[in-house]
Design a protein around this ligand. Structure first.
Ligand code: GLU
Length: 485
């Protein structure tokens, strides 16, 4: 059997972490088994569609490298992969159920349904549909009241239990009396989630349905639909909830919940990938760091956990730092470049365009300190700015005053001008000798020089910084510091 799995988003909002985690698990399983990963767009609830959200979802998949074998834009034989383009298919299936006496037309108006619901609430009964139209007399009556097109409802059994088998949770039993005759086809001709989902999973030959646990309550309805059609049911694999650190369902309240927001906050796709893979799956008690290839190799549904996963952003930061440190200079420079060049959040226009080779020489100095790519413009700006903006009093080290500092920096400037070998080692030798000659502490000299060449009191190691900045920049910055003093 070839594994065929699908990710079936509804374009009703931002690509939520939980949703993309489902995509990722499906993708991993498809790649692990050399199976097929399908993306199917479930856009049948027209009232909830949010413009732009389909593109956002597909962007999130592309950013993480979750490429699909069949889906939007592919002309594979199981298409189209957008449900609103398959309405005739669902209508045909609903008609077939009607013909078999497994479904019926319901003419009840929304107002009546509302009244029934309220009445039942008052009586503390399950609030579902009261099945008036399931009987011919009731249907005739309702039809008189409502000239509009009917909906199609599924005839549910009225009593007993239904047990579904979930790969992660085992057997889960539902009381059928709590489930009403749900709608299959709405009066606007669009199917409901239940009908479209079951029909498509069958027609697209889906072998495993891997989706978030919140869909588990739909499983008994789906099971009955599969039986009504005489279809074999795919294996159900419900993925655990994702909670915030306060143990409530992860949402925007916890900072960010959309994968694209994390992208825009400067997380690396590989770090995000690794992090998401561990939200509900583990190889063992201890392993955490997995490349994509490792995950493809090890990912099996047997290791999906039933307990909720907790989304811990510090952990994501930790992964991000780890992946940043794992990148070579050139790759990290490439990753940083767009952040530095960004018109809105990047370096000031006067510091751009960024010289790619110069950036690559800076990268080794900052790599350890960088947690998110978005920190780069602020962290690296002093390497690029023509004129540094700082408070001149920062130049004066403890134990010295402005005059003695000026004399010290004049000597530092003279040394810079006379040194030809601008390597880290040569600079360090020259400036240690200078401190000794001047009778100042190295901390005093190096501290003042650090502020002069970086505009900051905290920066990467001084001589590495001097060396990367280059002689010309350092000389002119020392001059500017003297002028400021
Ligand atoms: N369209 C549903 C969603 O947005 C799909 C649920 C399923 O995978 O069956 O999550």
């Amino acid at each position: 059997m070839t594994v065929r799995v699908r990710y079936a988003p509804s374009p009703t909002g931002d690509p939520h972490v939980g949703n993309i985690r489902s995509a990722l698990f499906n993708w991993l399983y498809a790649r692990h088994t050399s199976g097929t990963f399908i993306v199917r767009i479930e856009d049948t609830d027209q009232a909830r569609l949010v413009p732009g959200s389909l593109d956002a979802i597909l962007d999130a998949l592309r950013w993480l490298g979750l490429d699909w074998d069949e889906g939007p834009g592919s002309d594979a034989p199981h298409g189209p992969y957008v449900q609103s383009e398959r309405l005739d298919i669902y209508r045909k299936h609903a008609d077939w159920l009607l013909g078999e006496g497994k479904a019926y037309h319901c003419y009840c108006t929304p107002e009546r349904l509302d009244a029934v619901r309220k009445q039942r609430q008052k009586e503390r009964q399950p609030t579902g549909y009261d099945r008036r139209c399931r009987e011919p007399n009731g249907a005739a009556e309702a039809r008189e009241e409502n000239p509009n097109l009917p909906v199609v409802r599924f005839k549910m059994p009225t009593e007993g239990n239904i047990t579904v088998n979930d790969f992660v949770r085992g057997e889960v039993t539902f009381d059928v009396s709590l489930l009403d005759d749900f709608v299959l086809l709405k009066s606007d001709g669009y199917p409901t989630y239940h009908l479209a989902n079951v029909v498509d999973d069958h027609l697209m030959e889906i072998t495993h349905v891997m989706r978030a646990e919140e869909w588990l309550p739909s499983a008994p309805r789906h099971k009955l639909l599969y039986e009504a059609f005489g279809y074999e049911m795919p294996v159900l694999v419900h993925l655990p909830l994702i909670l915030g650190p306060d143990r409530s369902k992860l949402s925007k309240r916890h900072g960010a919940a959309s994968v694209l927001e994390f992208r825009d906050m400067g997380y690396l796709p590989d770090a995000m990938f690794n992090f998401l893979a561990l939200l509900g799956w583990s190889l063992d008690e201890t392993s955490e760091v997995f490349s994509k290839d490792d995950l493809i190799k090890h990912f099996t549904p047997e290791r999906i956990l039933a307990n909720p996963a907790v989304f811990n952003i510090e952990k994501l930061d930790w992964f991000n730092g780890l992946y940043i440190r794992g990148m070579d200079d050139s790759a990290l420079a490439d990753a940083l470049l767009p952040w530095l060049e960004d018109d809105e959040h990047g370096l000031p226009a006067s510091a751009r365009p960024v010289d790619r080779a110069y950036l690559a020489s800076i990268v080794p100095l900052e790599r350890e300190r960088l947690k998110r790519l978005s920190e780069a413009p602020e962290m690296l700006s002093f390497f690029f700015e023509e004129r540094l903006d700082y408070d001149a009093s920062l130049l004066v080290p403890k134990g010295l005053d402005a005059d003695t500092t000026r004399a010290m920096l004049e000597a530092a400037l003279a040394t810079a001008e006379s040194v030809d070998d601008w390597s880290v080692g040569a600079l360090e030798t020259a400036y240690r000798a200078l401190a000794e000659r001047l009778g100042v502490k190295t901390g005093q000299l190096f501290g003042a020089m650090r502020v002069a060449v970086t505009g900051r009191t905290a920066a990467p190691p001084l001589f590495d910084t001097l060396s990367v900045l280059g002689k010309e920049r350092c000389v002119s910055r020392l001059r500017a510091a003297l002028a400021a003093l």
